[in-house]
Design a protein around this ligand. Structure first.
Ligand code: FB9
Length: 488
């Protein structure tokens, strides 16, 4: 309907100057006309220029005055020739009309107040305000003075509206062939494809945003690092147990029972289910002995090792506890087979929390167990591993862990941060840990660890760990974070 009206009108007229007026004249809504204009413009059938128009429209108050008359006119016409008392008049008109009307009528010198009486000063009056409002409402133009008066009385407001002026376009047709969007079997069979207009594909049209899930940035980096381990021939360790016994988390790692990390200032001990029931008895005896008396070339710690201390359950402080279980299981095998293990999972430390530390983080650990491994092998595999993370320049600083000797902190020069960053810790597991398990003498185990949060924060430029992990994470950050591509 609207399309035919436009194309029909432009057949005999050069232009449609005002789409609003045209819509009114053909009795269609401007929005419907606007959609037709946009479509015809899309096919260059019409050339449409956007025009903005400003016009004055009546406010609700203005409409009331236009219909019922202005308060001053109502005030005047309510005064009988002999005059009337204020209160009666106020009763008659109502406080609002009385107040506004009296002021305006007085200003127009239509009335006079004699004590309590209100009297007419003129025979009759012309309700100029009502007339002007009607003219404005009919779209007539009035003087600026009038506009300012009525605007000040909040009877009119300026309204801008957008419209179009239309001309015939380069591909103008008086009747548009129906635009087909798809060539269907019916079109072919009926042959009416010959006189059909096929809508061009708007390849620039934005596809509807599809709501999909997004991997949390930590999982993005987790996946990348997991791929690196798998590419390096590592197999994942089962880390699906946050609760661990002190035995596997500490004692089996030759960490003495009085070590500061083993008190509740550093470790979350369980109140309920606070003791483990099953520990491998013979192995436990060996661990007890190596702590108390040493052996395997070690003099041990020489303290009285307590079983009940080892039985205390806790939230694991490192995934190295899982490595210990895996190495023990490996040692139980008939024949020793070299192994490469990795783990990436949550660990818990009762530490002071700050911008980069929470009471839990994800530890990444790599373990290689093989005959004759040396510190050189450890440095070599660290070079390989971190180069795949995009960190090629490494430096190693001697460090101390109760369960590795020698131990090294790993530093990498980070071009973006223009400084050396500590990127992890590493070492060779002590014989006091490995031999009680029953691993062959010539088997060494090299291992290293780092966190998942630190690289993720640096890669995604996140300065506060709470923006990465926990209730304050902003989903948009997750959504808009670029895909994590390590090492390139
Ligand atoms: O992740 C750490 N730093 C890091 C790692 C990668 C990285 O990548 C950037 C993209 C470039 C940036 C930084 N660290 C280890 C070093 C520090 O952040 C350190 O202050 C905090 N450490 C955690 C422990 O905090 C109490 C990070 C965590 C850590 C430390 C040691 C181990 C694991 C995690 C370990 C181990 C280990 C040692 C020997 C044998 C087996 C495991």
């Amino acid at each position: 309907m609207a399309e035919e009206a436009v194309l029909g009108f432009l057949q005999t007229n050069d232009q449609i100057s005002d789409s609003h007026q045209f819509a009114a004249s053909v009795g269609v809504g401007h929005t419907e006309l606007e959609n037709v204009i946009k479509s015809l413009k899309g096919f260059e059938i019409v050339d449409a220029q956007e025009i903005t128009r400003e016009s004055w429209v009546l406010t609700e108050e203005g409409k009331k005055y236009m219909v019922n008359g202005s308060p001053e006119a109502l005030f005047f016409s309510a005064i009988p020739p002999e005059g009337i008392s204020r209160n009666i008049l106020k009763e008659k008109l109502g406080i609002e009309t009385f107040d506004i009307g009296s002021k305006a009528a007085a200003k127009n010198k239509w009335i006079a107040f004699e004590k309590d009486l209100v009297k007419r000063k003129v025979e009759s009056v012309e309700d100029e305000v009502k007339n002007l409002l009607t003219r404005i409402n009919n779209g007539e133009v009035v003087s600026d003075q009038v506009i300012n008066d009525l605007k000040r009385r909040k009877l009119i407001v300026k309204q801008t509206w957008k419209g179009y002026s239309l001309k015939r376009g380069p591909k103008y047709v008086s009747k548009r062939k129906k635009a087909a969007t798809d060539l269907t079997r019916e079109h072919i069979v009926s042959g009416d494809w010959k006189n059909l207009e096929f809508k061009e594909y708007n390849v620039n049209a934005e596809a509807p945003a599809i709501q999909v899930g997004y991997l949390h940035s930590l999982l993005e980096v987790h996946e990348e690092i997991q791929n690196i381990f798998l590419q390096m021939g590592f197999e994942e360790m089962p880390t699906n147990n946050f609760v661990e016994s002190s035995f596997w988390n500490f004692d089996a790692l030759f960490q003495p029972q009085q070590h500061p990390a083993r008190d509740s200032h550093d470790t979350f001990f369980l109140e309920t289910a606070d003791r483990t029931k099953d520990l491998p008895e013979d192995y436990l005896e060996k661990v007890k002995r190596v702590h108390e008396f040493g052996g395997y070339g070690s003099k041990g710690y020489g303290y009285d090792w307590k079983r009940d201390e080892a039985e205390k359950n806790l939230l694991r402080t490192h995934t190295t506890a899982v490595s210990t279980r895996m190495l023990f299981a490996l040692a139980q095998q008939e024949t020793f087979t070299p192994k490469r293990y990795y783990s990436i999972d949550r660990v818990f430390r009762n530490e002071a929390v700050d911008r980069t530390h929470l009471a839990e983080f994800h530890q990444i650990e790599g373990v290689i167990c093989d005959r004759g491994l040396t510190l050189g092998d450890l440095i070599g595999v660290l070079e390989d591993f971190f180069s795949r993370l995009g960190m090629s320049k490494l430096r190693f600083k001697p460090a101390y862990n109760p369960y590795t000797e020698p131990s090294m902190e790993i530093f990498s020069y980070h071009d973006g941060l223009q400084k050396w960053v500590e990127v992890g810790n590493s070492g060779m597991f002590r014989p006091e840990m490995l031999l009680p398990m029953g691993l062959p003498e010539d088997v060494n185990v090299i291992a290293w660890g780092l966190s998942l949060e630190r690289p993720t924060m640096i890669l995604y430029g996140i300065s506060n760990i709470r923006d990465l992990f926990g209730p304050k994470v902003d989903f948009n950050l997750i959504k808009n974070n670029p895909i994590c591509r390590l090492g390139i």
